[in-house]
Write a protein that binds this ligand. Sequence first.
Ligand SMILES: [Zn+2]
Length: 265
Amino acid sequence: MNRILLASAFLLATLSAASADEIPSALPAPAAVGSAPKAPAPKLVEPHLHIARSNIAGHVRIALTFDACMGRADERILSTLVQERIPATIFVTARWLKHNPAAVAVLLQNPDLFELENHGENHIPAVDTPTLIYGIASAGSPQAVRQEVEGGAAAMVAAGIPAPHWFRGSTAKYDLSAIGEIRAMGYRIAGYSVNGDGGSLLGAAITEKRIASAKDGDVIISHINQPTHAAGEGVAKALVDLKAKGTQFVRLEDVEDTGDDKTTE
Ligand SMILES: [Zn+2]
């Protein structure tokens, strides 16, 4: 009985977590694990982040954050942000920077809109013991976590982007010791409070609804690297919806914030 309950709880946790950041189809082939020795799974957290509320009735302030994991830029979202002059924080990997010079140029041409931050070098989860997250092999050691963070930052600076101050790892999951390590490197770690697009796997209508219903102080996570997915259409529509409602858009560098799991304190 207990075993069945535990298995059910695990399945539920897995299913709900799967709406978080990543999609296996966009990721490198997972490492073979068949022969890996069994070790206890590390305790992982998926931290929340909120920004300071406006605390003005009817005045909603939100932070839009987008992950550019790999693949191509989603022009539906990028062009809407530029045309509507909506500020956002974009988390980029070294891999995405390398393959999207035209989009990077647009981001750099609009420094009043875009804060660029660190999503890592190779989109490897920042977990310092070996495990699989959505089938993706974690960094697996403190040295590999450091390389993922430092490699992402180095690629940004090489691309002409100011040195980053925020880090968000692949899958948005961490173990607590990796959080401590990344904080000691001088970064704040970017959780979120609204999962806008379910790792870019949701339909357009539900994505639009999730993002457009954000509340004062919310930090929304979505993806800007899946131009063929329906979710991006919903993201672009929600941006217009929010602007029409008079929403105040801020970047993470513009406001005070509060993250749990010791990600910002
Ligand atoms: Zn990502």
